[in-house]
Write a new protein. Structure first.
Length: 480
């Protein structure tokens, strides 16, 4: 049954109704029906100010860091209000007045319908203004049109207030900025609710052990069990969302600190410009050495060479860009010339001996060896259009490396495995310490080449070494 009534409305009421009338294309009755329907849904929300003030503050504190569910947000603020910043501002002022929240609220914008810049300023009780800022920023980001999407460019905490600036951007950057500024706990709470038993067990374990549990990636743990030195690059790359080689050094050091501290691999990480200090409580010297080697290899994979010194409870890592630059020069020289690798190594050794404060020469030689191995394999791959590495093309690539080293070698196939034997090597002359350094570098060249070709699929077993007094160098490459 339709009942007709005559009603009188002042200008303020008409202004509030205008978005609904426009939505229903001038149908005043349809607009009234929607307003009544929303009023019924929001009856409890309108009475929120009647909640005990202490309880209300607690509720706001507990939801800090969580975004408002979209359906709740749409009930609180009509999405149609996005079409006019002026109407949105007036609607919210009236809303906060009705709720008796005692806040001063203002908006500044460069365009009423399609703003590219919006400034929100709110003053009042800290819990309330934080919630309002989060809610309004979420409304603007979610509902801004495709041709003028907004993102949060800054959030300032003022004396007794908060200021939020939004600028034109993209939908993705807008969503990311919203999570970063106001929704930091959203993903965490969602994860906990999806697997509460699992997370309760993990949290209890850390609490009961006083945070002495270690949580690492399965691949990291697998490397530990197999006796390898794990790097942890998978976790770093997952967080950075890009390959480790593409991560800027400043970001890389921050990720190392985050991953090593939260996983509890070490107790604390301090960053001093481009240097690192890892504080730990390990007592076993072999464990400390593996930790040192692991972090050096990780940073080397990022393209940066570090010296690492170990003390009783610290690993101190010093960035050595000077050595890294020299390594790049040698590797680039090998790509464009037929120079002998051993002569370049002799020059590199002389360069290292002329440096001050380089406590660990083998670390630099290891880095050089791996880079040479990888570089030569990359060049062979490019020149011969290699798509996948098999025993045959790996063997041919190593023959090129041997020709640059002026040494005689042979290969034998043992099932899926390869037996590589060096019968004569000019690098091992008199067994001196100098030659052993160079020999160490060449072994790392071989490892770098092998890891490039086979990755984690292959394992290297050293059977004989000329530098140890054997009649030849002999290594077995095991491929599953």
């Amino acid at each position: 049954m339709i009942v007709t009534r005559h009603i009188s409305l002042d200008n303020d009421c008409l202004l509030k109704m205008e978005p609904y009338v426009e939505k229903h294309k001038g149908n005043f009755s349809a607009a009234i029906r929607e307003i009544i329907d929303r009023a019924g849904k929001n009856s409890e929300l309108e009475n929120i100010s009647t909640i005990d003030d202490t309880l209300f503050k607690w509720m706001l504190n507990e939801t800090d860091g969580l975004l408002v569910p979209d359906n709740v947000l749409n009930d609180m603020i009509d999405p149609m209000l996005i079409n006019s910043m002026g109407k949105l501002e007036e609607y919210l002022k009236n809303k906060f007045s009705e709720l008796e929240w005692n806040v001063d609220f203002s908006m500044k914008y460069d365009n009423d319908a399609l703003p590219q810049e919006v400034l929100i300023e709110i003053k009042g009780a800290p819990q309330k203004i934080r919630f309002i800022a989060r809610m309004l920023a979420q409304f603007l980001v979610n509902n801004s049109p495709e041709n003028a999407p907004l993102e949060i460019s800054s959030v300032f905490n003022l004396d007794g207030g908060i200021r939020v600036e939004l600028t034109k951007s993209s939908k993705k950057e807008g969503t990311d900025s919203l999570v970063e500024s106001f929704g930091g706990l959203n993903e965490v709470i969602t994860a906990i609710k999806s697997r509460p038993v699992f997370w309760k067990s993990v949290i209890n374990g850390h609490l009961l052990s006083n945070y002495n549990m270690v949580t690492v990636h399965r691949n990291y743990f697998e490397d530990l069990l197999s006796g390898k030195v794990p790097m942890g690059e998978i976790t770093i790359e997952t967080l950075a969302k890009k390959p480790i080689q593409e991560i800027p050094l400043k970001e890389m050091l921050s990720l190392v600190k985050e991953v090593y501290e939260t996983s509890r691999v070490v107790d604390r990480v301090e960053i001093d410009r481009e240097n690192l200090i890892l504080f730990h409580s390990y007592r076993n010297k072999d464990v400390i050495e593996k930790l040192r080697t692991s972090i050096v290899s990780l940073l080397e994979a990022n393209g940066h060479l570090y010296d690492a010194r170990s003390t009783a409870n610290m690993v101190v890592l010093t960035h050595r860009p000077d050595v890294g630059i020299k390594i790049n020069e040698i590797v680039n020289n090998l790509k464009i010339s037929n120079s002998r690798v051993d002569q370049d190594l002799i020059m590199f050794m002389a360069f290292l001996k002329g440096l001050k404060n380089i406590p660990d020469i083998p670390v630099s030689l290891t880095a050089l060896g791996r880079r040479i191995g990888v570089s030569l394999m990359e060049e062979y791959e490019k020149e011969n259009n290699v798509k996948t590495w098999e025993h045959q093309n790996f063997q041919k690539a190593l023959e090129i490396i041997d020709s640059k080293l002026h040494r005689d070698s042979e290969w034998k196939t043992e099932g899926k495995n390869l037996l590589y034997t060096v019968k004569k090597c000019n690098l091992v002359a008199d067994g001196s310490n100098f030659d052993s350094y160079i020999c160490h570098t060449i072994r790392e060249t071989f490892k770098g080449a092998m890891n490039y070709a086979y990755g984690n699929r292959a394992e290297l077993e050293i059977k004989k070494l000329l530098s140890h007094g054997d009649q030849c160098c002999e290594v077995l490459i095991r491929v599953p």
